[in-house]
Design a protein around this ligand. Structure first.
Ligand code: ZN
Length: 493
């Protein structure tokens, strides 16, 4: 591939401690590795890219990366979640659950979602999909194909099929219950381990493995303990959703008489490889301040990472309490998209506003703090000093954010303007492992019109499948109501 130099008005260079903005700086990479970041490189280069009026920065790291056609957006104006199909009706489980998508659709959704991530300047992704529309969980075969899809698009991923031993259900009388299938969950873990042993490090290290047990309330103690042991033995990240809902808090209280984080601490699950979305419901049932403090201490001492996804929860009236307070407590916090649009810039903007609201303090947090979370802190979560930065020796994961757009308005400061006025759509070039994947705002080989149409068709099918899983099985129009009364074509007003 040879040696490439990229020049730009602002280059986000890493000096070993922190990011700095290099005005009219340059970054040079050979093959998949950055060899220079600074001013006036005088060695020979094979290719020059002049990014012009742009920010040349490291690719973002998305620790909870939307990897399907997002179903949580269906809850934007429709709730409560358990009445709108976010929790399976017990009758659906009794009758026998089914897979909504076939394997062609599954593969298409991954291709579609990974392309979306790249467009948003995300170069490292830990994908997440919903288990709602599945017969049970993700599968080994599906992920064996995901390896090829990620490699074909050139997205750096940490992959592993999600597994679970149980799930919440809602009975016809409106009470919540759990449905368990322990053997199925343990087989899922065995498959995940087998997947990791087979695929970790494939495609020049672009593909890495992770363990992804589903949300904590759906894990038996045995599943948690075996996952902990496997993560230690394989030295891989383990992502576990916890502290994300009142239903989880109540279920954990009932099952273990304690909080999610207390249980994770007591079982030795916490450690530097633990990635924990979403950190919203701390302290368990009574949420006493001293218990919350104790839990924050566990996270800080263990070096675990909270995965913060401001938009997906902000849309439902919840915010981390708070990003700045938890960071000051010594807790590493990375970012995730988790919902559509998979745009970390919009998430940074929402995250900053929510943080300031939660603290009632306009100085509580800065644009730089959130930029760091999307880059350096995400890399720390993965134990990767070669990601999230532009510095010699780092992987050549480089993005070009175009500042020349009319819609961007005036530049206050490049990073602040990016976060306030920009979106992921402003990335024009995205390079992963030294290969240009988004060029001039497009990915080669993607038929955008066709993909857009096809995704809508699949999504309409998903929507139509909701009644069978939803509490009391109402018709689909009752589950998802339109913003305004929807008149069919030609209907007289
Ligand atoms: Zn999540």
């Amino acid at each position: 591939m040879g040696c490439t130099r990229i020049k730009g008005r602002y280059v986000v260079g890493f000096d070993g401690q922190r990011h700095r903005l290099l005005e009219n700086g340059e970054v040079v990479y050979r093959d998949d590795t950055i060899i220079f970041c600074g001013f006036g490189y005088d060695g020979p280069v094979d290719r020059e890219i002049d990014a012009g009026y742009a920010i040349v920065g490291p690719g973002f790291i998305d620790l909870d990366a939307l990897a399907d056609l997002d179903s949580t957006v269906l809850g934007f104006d429709n709730g409560p979640a358990w009445r709108c199909g976010r929790v399976w009706a017990s009758s659906y489980v009794e009758r026998g659950s089914r897979e909504v998508y076939d394997r062609t659709a599954e593969d298409f959704m991954k291709r579609y979602a990974y392309a979306q991530l790249l467009h948003n300047g995300i170069t490292t992704a830990l994908p997440i999909t919903s288990l709602l529309y599945r017969e049970w969980a993700e599968t080994y075969d599906e992920f064996a194909r995901a390896v090829d899809i990620a490699a074909e698009l050139g997205l750096r991923t940490y992959l592993g099929p999600a597994y679970r031993t149980g799930l919440s259900t809602v009975r016809p009388n409106g009470r919540f219950d759990m449905h368990w299938d322990e053997p199925r969950g343990l087989t899922g873990l065995d498959d995940a381990i087998r997947f990791l042993e087979t695929f970790d490090g494939r495609h020049d290290g672009l593909i890495r493995g992770m363990l992804a047990p589903d949300r904590i309330e759906g894990c038996s103690l045995t599943l948690l303990e075996r996952t902990r042991d496997a993560s230690r033995a394989l030295e891989c990240p383990v992502r576990l959703h916890c502290c994300q809902s009142q239903l989880e808090v109540d279920t954990m209280q009932q099952r273990f008489g304690t909080s999610s984080l207390q249980l994770l601490h007591d079982t030795g699950f916490l450690g530097p490889r633990a990635l924990l979305p979403h950190g919203l419901f701390l302290g368990g049932g009574e949420a006493r301040p001293e218990q919350i403090e104790r839990e924050l201490g566990y996270l800080a001492d263990a070096g675990s990472t909270l995965v913060h996804c401001p938009i997906v929860f902000g849309r439902h009236g919840k915010a981390l309490n708070s990003f700045s307070r938890l960071r000051a407590r010594g807790i590493n916090i990375g970012l995730g998209t988790d919902t559509f649009p998979p745009d970390l810039i919009r998430n940074m903007h929402a995250g900053i506003m929510l943080n300031r609201v939660m603290e009632d303090d306009s100085q509580a947090v800065s644009a730089a703090d959130f930029y760091n979370a999307a880059t350096l802190d995400g890399a720390r979560a993965l134990g990767r000093e070669d990601l999230g930065r532009l510095a010699p020796g780092a992987r050549a994961d480089i993005t070009v954010f175009d500042l020349s757009g009319f819609h961007l308005g005036q530049r206050v400061d490049p990073i602040q303007t990016m976060i306030m006025n920009g979106t992921g759509r402003d990335f024009k070039t995205v390079i992963v492992n030294g290969r240009i994947r988004v060029d001039g705002g497009a990915i080669a080989g993607v038929d955008y019109e066709d993909w857009h149409r096809h995704a809508q068709t699949l999504y309409d099918g998903l929507k139509a499948s909701y009644p069978e899983r939803t509490h009391l099985h109402p018709p689909v129009e009752q589950i998802f109501s339109p913003s305004f009364e929807l008149l069919p074509p030609g209907d007289a007003q």
